[in-house]
Design a protein around this ligand. Sequence first.
Ligand SMILES: NC(=O)c1ccc[n+]([C@@H]2O[C@H](COP(=O)([O-])OP(=O)(O)OC[C@H]3O[C@@H](n4cnc5c(N)ncnc54)[C@H](OP(=O)(O)O)[C@@H]3O)[C@@H](O)[C@H]2O)c1
Length: 256
Amino acid sequence: MPAQGRLILITGATGAIGGELARRYAAADTELVLHGRRLEVLEALAQECQAKGASVSLSQVALDDDPAREAWLDALPRPPDLVLLCAGMNHGVTHARDGEDGVQARALLELNLRIPIDMARHLAPAMQARGSGQLVFISSLAAWFGLPVTPSYSASKAGIKAYGEALRGLLAADGVGVTVVMPGYVESSMARAMPGPKPFLVGPERAAKRIQAGVAANRARVSFPWPLALGTQCLALLPACLSERLVRWSGYGVEP
Ligand SMILES: NC(=O)c1ccc[n+]([C@@H]2O[C@H](COP(=O)([O-])OP(=O)(O)OC[C@H]3O[C@@H](n4cnc5c(N)ncnc54)[C@H](OP(=O)(O)O)[C@@H]3O)[C@@H](O)[C@H]2O)c1
């Protein structure tokens, strides 16, 4: 490993977006720390990244095991220069009225909201002390208005959006950047399993390119594709009774 290459940590690296980000950031002066649960996918990705000259280390630590996760972060050679928190899950409630399973909903809120917050809280002080670094949270355009087909997912993404925006203001004076990414539909196993229509679906390569450009500019928010970003943001601005009707009309409501 180079002595002081750029250290980039990516959770969800075995996923469509995280994996594509790893490929894009792989370079000779870069140390990638890739996290995922599926070892064979991680190892294949590591080979691709190493072929581009990056040094790679892998982790399969259980993200919901707080002591193990913190020990993993404490063992990093130095505070990361960039942290891309891509691990996430969704579970649709389909269009039935029986609602979400409580156990699944808690696991989702844990992975999408509590764990990235805890990871940022754990990593931020050393980045602040050094005076540089960037934290990237993956929210969703679903954060703008709660969708009846995915209540906990919408809540988790609205929560991480608000947290990232707040943290950005808190850490800016210490030279640490924070970016909140709000993708629309990106081709992935998660997107395929989601209920409802998927307008303006983009590939993970295009999504990763947009994310990388926004992160490089330390933008507060990276939203795409623009027609869906505009439409979902309007849902937050309109009177709720109108937004509810638009959401039902668009196919994200539950059957009466
Ligand atoms: N795809 C979309 O349309 C879309 C839209 C908006 C936002 N997002 C967000 O983008 C992020 C990446 O999603 P994606 O589209 O790349 O989906 P994906 O291909 O399904 O990847 C999900 C990633 O999360 C990891 N993961 C899932 N459950 C986990 C758990 N319990 N513990 C640890 N890791 C876990 C997976 O690890 P394994 O593969 O090892 O299981 C995988 O690396 C998520 O936060 C998602 O909410 C996606």
